[in-house]
Design a protein around this ligand. Sequence first.
Ligand SMILES: [Fe+2]
Ligand SMILES: [Fe+2]
Length: 271
Amino acid sequence: MTTSSSAANIEIIPRKTEFDFSGVPERWLVSAEASHFMHALSVLVPLTERLVITRLRNETHRVTNLQLKIEIQQVIKQEGIHARHHRAVNQTLVAHGFTAIPRLEAVQTMAFDLLERWMPKPFVDSIPAAMEHFTANISKSVLTDQTYWFGAQVETDASKFLKWHAFEELEHQAVCFDLYKHLGHKSLPFSLSLILFWMPISALSIYTIQTYFLAKSRKLRSFKHWRNYLKFIRKTSPIFFSGAWKYSKKGYNPWMKGDQNIHQSLKKEME
Ligand SMILES: [Fe+2]
Ligand SMILES: [Fe+2]
C-alpha cells in the first residue's frame, strides 16, 4: 500500500552524522536573535522528539499499512539521533551559563504529561502530526531563506547540524499526518487544534525561552535591542501561524511539489 512519502518517491533514511559543539560561538547565526531563537528551540526539542517517538511507538500496533509501519520506524530512528545531538547542544548551553534549561525542561515534562493524560484520544493521536507541522515550517524557512538565518556567518558544526536536522524534519510531516489519518481521524479537528491550541502555545513557549536567552546575554538592555527583537518576531511569527488550513483542503497531499523540490535539491548534499 502506498503512503504519501512513497508516492512522492521520498525515502526516509536515518543519516548518522557527528557534530562537535564545543567551539561554537554564542552567536553562530546572522544575529543574536536568530541564534537564541534556535537555542530556545533546542531546549524544547529533546522532550518533544521523545514525545513524538513515544506516541509513534504506542500507535504502531494499530497500523495495518506495512509501508507506513516502515516509515514510522525510520522516523523514530531519525528522531532518536536528533534528540541525542540536541541534548549535547543543551549541555553546551548550560556550561555557557544558561542554567535555567533543566528547569524549563521540567516544566515541559509536566505539560506533556498533562496533555497525554487528560486530553481526548484523537487529540493525543494528533500530537506527532502537530509537532511535525511546526518543525517542517521552521525547516522550510531555514532551508529556503538561508541568507536571513545564516547571513555571512562562518559555517560551524551548529549551522551544519541545523541544516541537516531541518532537512530530515522535512521527511516527518507526511509520515505523521498519514498516521493520523490512518488512525481514522479527520482533518478539520486537526486544523482547529493547530489554530486554537498548538500555534499560540508554540509561539508563546519559544519566544518566552528566547527572551530568557536574550536577557541573559544582555541583548535586551537598550531600545535598539528591543527594536531588533520585535523585528525578528514580526519576521518569524508567520512560521508559527501559517499552514493550518491546508490539511483540511480537498485533495491535500503532504508532499506538495514545492516541498518535494526543496527536498530534491538538498538530498545529495545531505547524504
Ligand atoms: Fe528531529
Ligand atoms: Fe520530526
